[in-house]
Design a protein around this ligand. Structure first.
Ligand code: NAP
Length: 488
């Protein structure tokens, strides 16, 4: 962003005109203590949003050139005097060096933007520590979940939420207004005791992904071992053939689709279990067991990992003909056929199987890509509820059916060929079909009119054996009330 651009208000001056109860947030002077990365990005965004900015530095002369010309860079005490809202863009370790400013800071709002390097690093949160150093100030925790990069590039390109907490409602409202004018979405996290939780958020490593990742790794390990036994260990033991070369590509490439396919079915299985529970208990108001709740909450991540494995499977499959082993085997087969004087090697059934197998595979990958794209918050937010549920639920189920066709055309009649049972182990694809087919059959059963109707009623609030109050207009136009069983 050029310095000229920095001076222009990007987001207008708030929309508080005509609302007599609200002071326009933009146009205010905001103070920033510190001149580091965060302070600089914050100052730029504040200037772009129409605020006057005064930066407090220990060395204003040296740091002034780093800030937009519209921002005033001065000594800390000078800056603090000019405003009553100050962002403290300084690390916790240096808070105590600001104690000299306690008198000038008295009665003002301090916004603590700091983060820690470890989860629950200190006994008290940084914001509480700041409040203890400056008891005459009102401290608000906020903006720490936004990076300097997001501030610079604009709220549209990054996380839009700014979590805010404070013991003072008025101060919290003021900071929330500033966040809103800057293009962020303030989220009220309550009082100061939430500060610790807010400070831990940027440090958590993929909290929602742990279970799905372990699930994917577990499945990968199981299927990999199974395929290794069938494709490498069996030929070695039975025919003394060294097939170790198959491990990096072939075994991995037969494992990935198994994981992807089973994971996709695991996105829809908890919904089936939830529907069974609702049908059995005849209510939607009974809590699901914790494990099912957790499972339902992780469906998006499980689906994305399924897509990831499917995409890898597609790339691996495209690379199969590039391998030396493939070329050698191809030449070997050609030579054998030449020696045996076999001219016609065309097997019509195999040709059709392969054409259908690849075609449905491409369709399945396309549908999975659509599901993955629409699960991104920026895309999901642009869809209404019906569009989102159509894509995620109906198209997702179609993706599962198409993937099943892909698996079936891959397996074809192998399940009935006794040579395919290595060490009496059935072909891998037959195992992968178990869960997806259960889900598909259950979904088909739920779509039968009698069950579908009951499920729909339950989801609209109907409960088995529960008496509900009703109000009916009488002949005279007055209302009479009574009770009836919703079963009737
Ligand atoms: P930084 O680049 O190191 O800047 C820290 C600033 O603190 C310095 O430029 C310095 O400015 C000032 N300061 C005041 N007293 C100091 C002292 N005694 N010793 C050293 N510096 C002192 O750090 P930053 O990345 O901007 O981070 C600032 C705060 O924002 C931190 O609490 C951090 O956790 C938080 N934060 C940063 C990000 C990010 O993306 N960078 C994101 C979220 C939150 P003067 O020399 O001008 O006084």
């Amino acid at each position: 962003m050029s310095r000229g651009d920095m001076a222009k208000p990007l987001l207008g001056h708030g929309s508080t005109e005509g609302d007599p109860g609200v002071t326009p947030a933009s146009g205010r002077t905001i103070g920033v203590l510190g001149s580091g990365d965060f302070a600089r990005s914050l100052a730029i965004r504040l200037v772009c949003s129409g605020f006057k900015v005064v930066v407090g530095s220990r060395n204003p002369k040296r740091k002034a050139s780093l800030f937009p010309s519209a921002a005033e860079v001065t000594f800390q005490a000078e800056a603090v005097k000019k405003t009553d809202i100050i962002f403290v863009a300084v690390f916790r370790e240096h808070y105590s060096t600001l104690c000299d400013l306690a008198d000038v800071l008295a009665g003002k709002i301090l916004v603590d933007v700091s983060n820690n390097t470890e989860i629950n690093h200190h006994k008290e949160s940084n914001a509480e520590y700041l409040a203890s150093l400056f008891p005459a100030c009102t401290v608000v925790k906020g903006f720490n979940v936004v990076s300097a990069w997001t501030l610079q590039s604009g709220a549209r390109d990054g996380n839009k939420q700014v979590l805010i907490c404070s013991n003072n409602q008025e101060a919290k409202r003021t900071v929330a207004e500033i966040a809103q004018v800057m293009g962020f979405t303030p989220v009220d996290m309550g009082c100061m005791s939430s500060a610790c939780e807010i400070e831990n958020i940027p440090l958590r490593l993929l909290p929602a992904w742990k279970i799905p990742i372990f699930l994917a790794l577990g499945l990968f390990l199981c299927f990999f071992t199974y395929n290794l036994i069938r494709q490498v260990i069996h030929p070695f033991i039975r025919e003394q053939k060294n097939k170790l070369y198959k491990i990096p590509i072939e075994v991995v490439n037969t494992t990935l689709p198994c994981v992807s396919y089973v994971m996709l079915s695991l996105v829809y299985l908890p919904g089936v279990l939830a529907a069974c529970s609702q049908l059995y208990y005849g209510t939607k108001y009974r809590r699901f067991p914790d494990w099912l709740d957790q499972w339902l909450q992780h469906r998006k991540q499980i689906g994305l990992l399924s897509f990831f494995c499917a995409a890898l499977h597609a790339v691996y499959s495209l690379c199969l003909p590039m391998r030396r082993s493939h070329r050698y085997l191809l030449i070997e087969t050609a030579v054998k056929q030449a020696v045996e004087k076999k001219m016609n090697i065309w097997v019509e059934e195999e040709v059709w199987r392969m054409e259908i197998y690849i075609s449905v595979g491409i369709i399945a990958l396309g549908l999975l890509s659509l599901l993955a794209i629409t699960s991104l918050p920026s895309i999901a937010n642009s869809l209404n509820w019906r569009e989102f549920s159509f894509i995620q639920s109906s198209l997702g189920f179609i993706a599962l059916v198409v993937s099943t066709l892909h698996t079936l055309t891959y397996g074809w009649s192998r399940a009935f060929d006794e040579n395919q049972y290595k060490f009496y182990l059935p072909p891998t694809y037959t195992l992968t079909l178990l869960v997806p087919c259960t889900v598909i059959i259950a979904k088909v059963i739920f779509s039968l009119p009698c069950i579908r109707h009951r499920l729909l009623r339950i989801r609209r609030g109907w409960e088995k054996g529960r008496y509900v109050k009703f109000v009916l207009p009488s002949a005279t136009g007055e209302y009479s009330s009574g009770e009836t069983s919703s079963n009737v």
